[in-house]
Design a protein. Structure first.
Length: 299
């Protein structure tokens, strides 16, 4: 049954269990598409994954593919899906048409993001569109009919030159505008998440779930590229181990599984409501981590 993510989170809290979710991106090839639906998604059957999210591509470049994939996941796999939605290269009317189409396809959950311009560079507001994701959240909330998520940055957004405290104020504004939950950018030092969470909840009065987003690493250079793009910090000991393992992707993957397992153990022990996995359209690491945590396949 397709539910709102707000309902899923409430049900998990009521039953005393963490919320686990996974993220995919629209494949660029027919083979990638086949693998996602024939191999990756079925690998999660029997694991306690409450929902998945599907990204939107820079500038909304995968809009139609995202709609198709979210609809197919919900129809063929009976798994609630969260559709990313961005402000880039879109007017208010453009976004309205996408939201209407999402509703027609049975999509109930949207992740409201400012988004990244295609090809990088600074964000430029589209004439007649939204400049800030808080405006998109408010627009979706006013329309009604959807559970709305948004993004949070434990280390502060890379484009926020005024610092992370200002960035967190903006996140609190998004929650006040109508966001039902927050999924964080990836991070590798749990202290950053705890500082982020405590500031938002104790000083800014944020009460919605703050879901940690984690990346189980699988390759050294890929990991370094990701953190450069999003502004995340690699702890010195973590980076030293990556460099030691070099281009041995098998060894890096095993290291990633172990590191992420330990990271989640601490997060859950200290009260995090669950974890959102950035899977990179793979299943091995996330399934191994869930098994390590005692949340393996059920009969």
């Amino acid at each position: 049954m397709i539910r709102s993510i707000h309902e899923i989170h409430e049900d998990d809290v009521r039953n005393g269990r963490p919320s686990f979710s996974i993220e995919f991106f629209p494949p660029k090839t027919d083979e990638g598409d086949r693998k996602l639906f024939a191999d990756v998604l079925p690998a999660f059957d029997g694991f306690p994954v409450g929902y998945c999210s599907v990204t939107y591509g820079a500038g909304g470049s995968t809009r139609d593919r995202t709609l198709d994939i979210v609809e197919r996941i919900q129809r063929d796999h009976d798994l609630t899906a969260l559709m990313h939605l961005t402000c880039v290269n879109a007017t208010r009317e453009d976004i309205g048409r996408v939201v209407d189409e999402a509703g027609r396809r049975g999509i109930r959950n949207l992740l409201a993001l400012r988004g990244d311009p295609p090809g990088g560079g600074p964000f430029i507001k589209t004439e007649g569109g939204f400049e800030f994701s808080s405006e998109l959240v408010a627009y979706l909330h006013q329309r009604g009919g959807f559970c709305i998520g948004t993004a949070g940055f434990p280390e502060g957004h890379i484009a926020q030159t005024a610092g992370r405290l200002v960035d967190w104020e903006h996140l609190a504004e998004k929650v006040r505008a109508g966001a039902d939950f927050v999924v964080t950018q990836l991070f590798f030092d749990n202290a950053d998440y705890f500082t982020f969470r405590d500031h938002l909840t104790r000083k800014l009065g944020v009460e919605v779930p703050l879901i940690p987003g984690l990346l189980p690493v699988v390759a050294r250079n890929q990991t370094k590229k990701f953190v450069e793009l999003c502004g995340a910090r690699l702890p010195a000991s973590f980076l030293a181990r990556l460099e030691e393992l070099g281009d041995d992707d098998t060894a890096v993957t095993e290291f990633g599984i172990e590191f992420c397992t330990r990271q989640i153990e601490e997060l859950l022990r200290e009260g995090a409501p669950g974890v959102h996995f950035y899977t990179l359209n793979r299943s091995l690491s996330t399934c191994r981590i869930l098994s390590n945590l005692g949340y393996g396949k059920t009969a």
